[in-house]
Write a new protein. Sequence first.
Length: 101
Amino acid sequence: MASNPPQGFQNKNRAAILAELDKEKRRLIQSQSLNSPGASIALSRPAVNKDFRDHAEQQHIAAQQKAALQHAHAHSSGFFITQDSAFGNLILPVLPRLDPE
């Protein structure tokens, strides 16, 4: 039959584990800041990096749309427009409106 350790022993053991974890956490944070000084800056400003990536992605998509539109106009007699599509299409074919006679 196993007996449970006294409550005081569990609290001391828990406190020792938490202290060791806190010490390890501080050591890791300190070693990270020493190894890469820019890391703390990058971590504190994720919105700037995200905005930069979004802008770069938008420019890339715009360039792809322009190339697709030029290719379509050069190789097809149809009409096309650049339009965001729910299906990921860069350009969409458009049927011209005919005036009623």
